[in-house]
Design a binder for this molecule. Structure first.
Ligand code: NI
Ligand code: MN
Length: 226
């Protein structure tokens, strides 16, 4: 049964029976982070896009752990050019069976450029199926109607959705996203890290719970099993 730990912002550690992953490890310089990059122990690093608040410490973590970076092609290539030895490039709509489980890339309406100005291709979201459970990490995105299709085609056990507004969906759109996705549990992310995304996550939980969904705010550093 996968154990998820919220590391603040959009960063999650996922520990399954057959592997440990970290998604969007923005830890150094993240005021909400509870884990130091040097304390991370993982086999895989998954990146939704190249923005600094997602790429974060990915390269240092991948090198220190000899971990494989899974990312859209251009971003995986960027990591390789930065000296990461093991990368697995993918792209939107493609899935692959890794030893720990399956990863499929979904669309995300956003941008993707690394902090040094390198073009990093299209941003993505991830559908991760491991130990019989399906996790949807939306990445940074606006609301899109194809979330309904994602919900129809996959039984999502937990959806990790941005709610911070300004750069991504805000609360109202994230509530609609939840209706499209029909997850067993929805956990908000990408809020309060910066002043412009100072959204109250309880507001999202209250609204989505009133529509009959199971939702919870996970404080940074806390873990939950699905
Ligand atoms: Ni972004
Ligand atoms: Mn972001």
């Amino acid at each position: 049964m996968p154990k998820l730990t919220f590391l603040g912002h959009a960063a999650f550690l996922i520990e399954g029976d057959k592997g440990r992953l970290i998604i969007d490890p923005f830890l150094e310089g993240n005021p909400k982070a509870t884990l130091k990059p040097t304390d991370v122990q993982v086999d895989y690093v998954l990146l939704t896009h190249g923005h600094g608040d997602h790429l974060g410490d990915a390269i240092a973590i991948a090198k220190a752990n000899n971990a494989t970076v899974i990312a859209p092609f251009e971003l995986a290539t960027y990591c390789q050019n930065q000296g990461v030895e093991k990368v697995h490039p993918m792209h939107i709509g493609g899935g692959y069976d890794f030893p720990f489980g399956r990863v499929k890339l979904t669309i995300a309406h956003h941008g993707s450029m690394t902090p040094d100005g390198t073009y990093a291709g299209n941003p993505c979201g991830f559908l991760i199926t491991m130990d019989g459970k399906t996790i949807y990490h939306a990445g940074d995105t606006g609301l899109f109607y194809d979330m309904k299709l994602i919900g129809e085609m996959h039984k999502i056990d937990v959806a990790l959705l941005p709610i911070g507004d300004n750069f991504t969906m805000g609360v109202e759109d994230a509530v609609k996203a939840t209706e499209f996705l029909q997850p067993r549990l929805v956990v908000p992310m990408h809020y309060q890290t910066f002043d412009v995304i100072a959204v109250e996550p309880e507001q999202f939980v209250k609204q989505v719970t009133s529509k009959g969904f199971n939702a919870k705010v996970v404080p940074p550093g806390e873990s939950f099993e699905i």
